[in-house]
Write a protein that binds this ligand. Structure first.
Ligand code: HEM
Length: 564
């Protein structure tokens, strides 16, 4: 909730006082006392020399003197570059010397692409801040995210995840393994393949509604009264409507009614409007003074708005908990658990608040990216259409059981997740006390480490023709036939749902939604790219979430040829 309040404050502040966020950051950061810059990291890496310099600088700051700031910056940068325990890890000097380049990339939304360029230049282990390292190597998945025998786990970095004092934990913000495992245990029965089978009718309800609404768009287009020319439709929007409606129903027993009203529910609209600002708030967390100033600047009206945002979810939870009717949704398992010494209401509210985004935005992004690649690769689209249309004689035959084993559909979705990972950068974990080795590099305890999924998935060292959309690489024969150009692809590099005790709980649901939606749409419609409106996925920025841009495609009722 804190993130929302401060994110909205940022929007206000940046919108009113400073027209652009980058302008605000440019004005704020240079005025900060130098000692703030790395005090947090100096503590976490337990570097006595750093602390000494920071404290000394603080004392000097009390006496004033701009020159002392400058001297401190220079000394600090020299230390970071040549004497810091990470000084041997490759990275650009500016990023290794100071946190500022990282922060600017974060608020500009270019961080994922900047990391990609830097990895290509410096290699798969990259120093991205004085005390932080990121990896683009498949073995980093196991080293960071998997539990290792006799090793303490790498916990989530509190800079990104810590809840505010007094706020309840959620599944995502619980950093310690014990509360995390406790919350996860209550939720997990709602995400099993068995639970999914019971939830299937709910999925069909919304996927069918999506098909109906897209059909109306195609038929109502001014160009084509009979649907022959089709209509230009922003499918990104429709995918988001569908996944949020599905989660609304599965989570709270009530849809967000986006498909019905053809527009985002105000709760979702506010969420999307805050995303850029949320990156800014995350950046401010590296500078406690800035975070403090931001919180102090929040006008009461915004605090009220953020409270109302949270309260809407709390009300939905309460309405669902009050239901007497039994239904096979995600909440039903939480209710069952509550009957035997369950989850406190605050934790349920906080968890369902973040789940609404985690369970909807991700799947919609994957679908949007995949369809975008399909329309821009009509040969691949044709193969997929043929597989679906030959397999099913009617739309009603498309069920979870029947779509599960369509080889080309699965290959297309894997390739979409590879090129358009909804979580392109898995946020940092912290090396446990005493230090640990990641990808053969020893790192001191307290070092934040992360994985660059976007960079790794597009690395020619791991995938043949890595930046091309080639679903064939995921077909069984590609890994069996030594003559296949994809034989040596390192498929285990792709882990869109992460691994280990904090991997994605909703992956079965996500696969089910993606398969059903793609199969039903391609069964019913012909899709085509619109010249002049093609979107390049590589151009999208990332502000914690992947930037939302319309993906306009031409949609025709199946079998209606253009100009017919
Ligand atoms: C294509 C769609 C999806 C992708 C690519 C995806 C990816 C991920 C990833 C990478 C994580 C780990 C994040 C981290 O550790 O920092 C994660 C966590 C999680 N995801 Fe997903 N996700 C998707 C859809 C869903 C859906 C549909 C749901 C549920 C409705 C869901 C629920 C969760 C939950 C609850 C966690 C946190 C698990 C924990 O901390 O124990 N996700 N997801």
């Amino acid at each position: 909730m804190y993130l929302y309040i401060t994110a909205n404050a940022c929007m206000r502040i940046s919108g009113v006082a400073f027209p652009r966020i980058s302008e605000l950051s440019a004005r704020l950061f240079p005025t900060l006392p130098g000692f703030v810059l790395n005090v947090r990291r100096a503590n976490s890496t337990q570097d006595a020399t750093c602390r000494g310099i920071a404290v000394l600088s603080f004392a000097e700051h009390g006496c004033g003197g701009v020159n002392l700031y400058k001297q401190y910056y220079v000394l600090r940068a020299i230390y970071n570059l040549y004497f810091h325990p990470l000084s041997k890890v490759p990275g650009p000097p500016a990023w290794s010397a100071s946190r500022l380049p990282f922060v600017f990339a974060l608020v500009r939304g270019t961080i994922v692409h900047d990391f990609e360029k830097l990895h290509r230049k410096y290699g798969p282990a990259l120093r991205i801040a004085p005390n932080e390292v990121t990896f683009a190597r498949p073995d980093a998945w196991n080293d960071i995210f998997q539990l290792r025998p006799d090793h303490p786990p790498f916990l989530k970095d509190p800079v990104w995840w810590k809840r505010q004092p007094g706020q309840p934990d959620s599944l995502l913000s619980a950093i310690d393994p014990e509360p995390h495992a406790r919350i996860r245990k209550f939720l997990s029965p709602g995400f099993t393949p068995r639970a999914l089978r019971a939830q299937e009718p709910i999925l069909h309800r919304y996927v069918n509604l999506l098909v109906e609404r897209v059909r109306e768009c195609a038929a109502a287009s001014e160009d084509s009264k009979d649907g022959s020319k089709g209509a230009q439709v922003d499918m990104a929007k429709w995918f988001h409507f569908t996944t949020f409606d599905i989660f609304g129903d599965l989570g709270f027993g009530e849809s967000f009614h986006c498909l019905e009203h053809s527009r985002f529910h105000p709760w979702i609209a506010l969420l999307f409007n805050s995303v850029k600002a949320a990156s800014f708030v995350a950046a401010a967390r590296f500078y406690p003074w800035v975070a403090f100033m931001l919180v102090s600047c929040i006008p009461p009206s915004l605090k009220k708005m953020a409270t109302a945002h949270y309260q809407q979810i709390a009300d939905k939870v309460q309405r669902r908990l009050n239901w007497e009717l039994e239904r096979p949704d995600i909440m039903s398992h939480v209710i069952e658990g509550r009957n035997h010494k369950g989850l406190p209401i605050g934790e349920i509210n906080a968890t369902f608040m973040v789940l609404t985004t985690a369970g909807s935005e991700t799947t919609a992004t994957a679908l949007t990216g995949t369809l975008n690649y399909l329309v821009n690769n009509p040969d691949k689209l044709g193969i997929l259409e043929e597989e679906i249309r030959q397999r099913f004689r009617s739309e009603d035959e498309i069920k979870l059981d029947t779509v599960r084993d369509l080889p080309y559909l699965n290959a297309v979705l894997h390739e979409g997740l590879r090129l358009c990972p909804p979580i392109p950068w898995v946020l940092p974990r912290v090396v446990p006390q005493g230090g640990a080795t990641v990808c053969g590099i020893w790192l001191p305890g307290g070092t934040p480490v992360s994985i660059q999924a976007y960079t790794m998935n597009r690395d020619p060292a791991y995938f043949h023709s890595a930046s091309s959309f080639l679903p064939e690489r995921w077909l069984p024969e590609a890994s069996a036939d030594p003559m296949s150009p994809f034989f040596k692809d390192q498929r285990q590099a792709l882990q869109p749902f992460s691994i280990g005790p904090r991997n994605c709980m909703g992956q079965h649901l996500a696969w089910a939604e993606m398969r059903l939606i793609m199969a039903k749409l391609l069964w019913a419609f012909d899709f085509e790219a619109v010249e002049g409106k093609k979107l390049k996925w590589e151009d999208l920025r990332t502000f914690l979430l992947v930037e939302k841009k319309p993906v306009e495609v031409r949609v025709r009722l199946r079998g209606m040829t253009a100009g017919a």
